[in-house]
Design a binder for this molecule. Structure first.
Ligand code: ADP
Length: 262
């Protein structure tokens, strides 16, 4: 029988399922994303897409690890691991020397402090309220009838920030609708929405203390204008890359790799 040399990480989030296949050297060999999370067919779709992307099958997987909100539903996985340690591990591997990870996902926002050895030292999180999370941005995008991935482009066209004063998603939604009816330009409203998320995230980050280098993970990291506004607010560069949404799943694959080899 051929040797199994690949490792699978699955991150079952509240909003999206992400899967990463790592090779024997710990590099990303394949990725899969499904736009739905726990309790759906999302995880299987993400796993199938990642296996196809890597050109392998489950028979080639030596070990697997599940993380994220719905990790305990992945009974087939060899291990389950908290998303905090998976985000820390994935970020430290992709961005050596990282000291702070800001993870904004669909339902919560977390700030992680990473030690010099790449281990998780401390964290703070907001999981009580949709404001300041991807959910807030998803709701706002639906008001404009656009995709959440279009928000960054709108903000890039803004000439000023139309401030959103409500910190609650439901009230902010009505505020946005009234601004639209008053004729405020969409790009300026989007700039206000991004500023509101940035204020909340910066408040969370300052509770922990922000040490550079800073990396942003989670789906909201794909929003470049929001990332740049957050970087300005914190007064530090924020690194992201096209794999930012997969960092938790990648960290899970690395945990599977490490455990199988220990
Ligand atoms: P979770 O792990 O909680 O399911 P993710 O880290 O996958 O969440 O992030 C999901 C959020 O990321 C969505 O709610 C959405 O707001 C945001 N998002 C996803 N794709 C994009 C994109 N292409 N551009 C901007 N934001 C995005």
């Amino acid at each position: 029988m051929a040797e199994k040399t690949y490792y699978l990480g699955i991150d079952v989030g509240s909003t999206a399922s992400k899967c990463v296949i790592a090779n024997a050297s710990g590099e990303i060999a394949g990725k899969g994303l499904a736009g739905s999370g726990a309790g759906t067919v999302g995880p299987k779709t993400a796993v199938d897409a990642a296996l196809a992307d890597a050109g392998v099958t489950m028979d080639d997987i030596a070990a697997s690890c599940a993380t994220g909100y719905g990790r305990n539903l992945m009974e087939w996985a060899d291990t389950q691991m908290s998303e905090l340690s998976c985000h820390a591990k994935g970020a430290a591997q992709l961005f050596p020397g990282v000291r702070t990870v800001i993870d904004i996902g669909g339902q919560d926002a977390k700030v992680l402090s990473i030690g010099f050895s790449g281990d998780l030292e401390n964290f703070v999180m907001n999981d009580k309220c949709a404001a300041g999370t991807g959910r807030f941005l998803d709701v706002m995008a639906s008001i404009f009838g656009c995709k959440v991935s279009d928000l960054s482009g709108y903000d890039a066209q803004s000439s000023e920030v139309a401030p959103i004063s409500s910190t609650c998603t439901v009230f902010a939604e009505s505020e946005v609708i009234s601004k639209l009816s008053e004729g405020v330009a969409i790009p300026n409203i989007v700039a206000g929405i991004h500023t509101s998320v940035v204020e909340r995230t910066a408040g969370l980050a300052r509770r922990l203390g922000v040490k550079a280098p800073v990396v942003m993970t989670g789906g909201v990291a794909l929003n470049e204008r929001l990332r740049d506004r957050l970087a300005d607010k914190l007064g530090t560069d924020i690194q992201t890359n096209e794999d930012s949404q997969f960092i938790g799943a990648y960290g899970a694959a690395l945990h599977a790799h490490e455990k199988a080899r220990s």
